[in-house]
Design a protein around this ligand. Structure first.
Ligand SMILES: Nc1nc2c(c(=O)[nH]1)N[C@@H](CN(C=O)c1ccc(C(=O)N[C@@H](CCC(=O)O)C(=O)O)cc1)CN2
Length: 279
């Protein structure tokens, strides 16, 4: 039987509406500052979509664009200004940054109370210690998709394929906090296919187009595809060979229209959380 398709667009739209409704009850507009350095085409689209979504939710949103030639010192000075600005509740620096700028130095410069990406070491530590505050948007979105689809991580064997700071590691921490039995697999894992086949919940966040084949999926498993890979023809595919996997899985997210839309919806929710904690 074909897998149930988990509709990320619909879940994200519902979350955005909920965030907008909560924001409308506040005596102030939550403030989000998004910083884009350079002209990466995909980043420009994401940043535009973030600004649109923030405005639609009633937030005060500003996008600050710096040229690709901007120095790390200029970017750090901008972050210091945003840290001091009382109208700014959330600061996000779009990744990737141009070569020559150290992303870790930039992330560390953001006030952890305004770190709506959840990438600052203080927020990473809080998540690892089981006391989360601002949690990275994409894995947060995955947890919400699982909940919306009625899939409970408690006691389930979950496998996270990928160990990035943005997705893999925080994803594993969130699944562990939800009482799943978590394995992290990566490029050095022996027999990836066998590891994946053991999973009841399989999260693919490896950044390699259609790497997870249908015979890597256990019958009835839930498959969450975090990958966004552009094809030579200009289309988008995930990290999972969708048609093959959908024929075996119990539930699956598509690309596009799965995890991606949740990232921006969760950014709005994080901004609301940051604003509520500060004001
Ligand atoms: N500072 C950050 N940088 C980056 C993050 C992040 O969370 N914080 N994540 C990604 C990019 N990203 C948000 O910034 C993002 C990626 C994808 C989507 C999305 O809605 N995808 C759509 C397809 C869109 C398309 O056609 O390209 C989908 O999957 O349906 C939203 C946000 C890296 N950088």
């Amino acid at each position: 039987m074909a897998a149930r398709v988990i509709d990320g667009k619909a879940v994200a739209a519902a979350l955005r509406a909920e965030v907008a409704a909560r924001a409308a009850t506040l005596p102030y507009a939550p403030g989000l500052a998004v910083v884009l350095v350079g002209e990466d085409p995909a980043s420009q689209v994401y940043v535009r979509n973030k600004e649109r979504a923030a405005k639609a939710a009633g937030f005060a949103s500003e996008t600050i664009r710096l040229p690709a030639s901007a120095s790390q010192a200029e970017l750090l000075a901008l972050i210091a200004r945003l840290n001091r600005d009382p109208a700014v509740d959330g600061i996000l620096v779009q990744l990737p940054l141009p070569a020559g700028i150290d992303p870790q130095a930039v992330i560390r410069a953001i006030d952890p109370a305004k770190d709506v990406d959840g990438f600052h070491p203080d927020n990473v530590a809080a998540l690892a210690l089981g006391t989360p505050f601002l949690v990275p948007c994409t894995p947060r979105g995955v947890m919400k998709l699982l909940a919306a689809a009625g899939i409970a991580p408690r006691g389930a064997r979950a496998l996270v394929l990928g160990r990035s700071n943005i997705v893999g590691r925080p994803m594993a921490a969130l699944l562990l906090a939800a009482d799943a039995t978590v394995t992290i697999a990566h490029s050095r894992t022996r027999d990836l296919a066998a590891e994946c086949r053991r999973a009841e919940i399989l999260i693919a966040a490896v950044g390699r187009a259609e790497m997870v084949k249908g015979d890597w999926v256990s019958p009835g498993a839930t498959v969450i595809d975090v990958g966004i890979n552009r094809t030579a023809a200009g289309g988008l595919v995930g990290d999972v060979a969708y048609a093959e996997a959908a024929a075996v899985a119990g539930a699956i997210t598509p690309v596009p229209g799965g995890v991606g839309p949740m990232t921006i919806a969760c950014l709005l929710e994080n901004t609301l959380i940051a604003a509520a904690a500060r004001r």
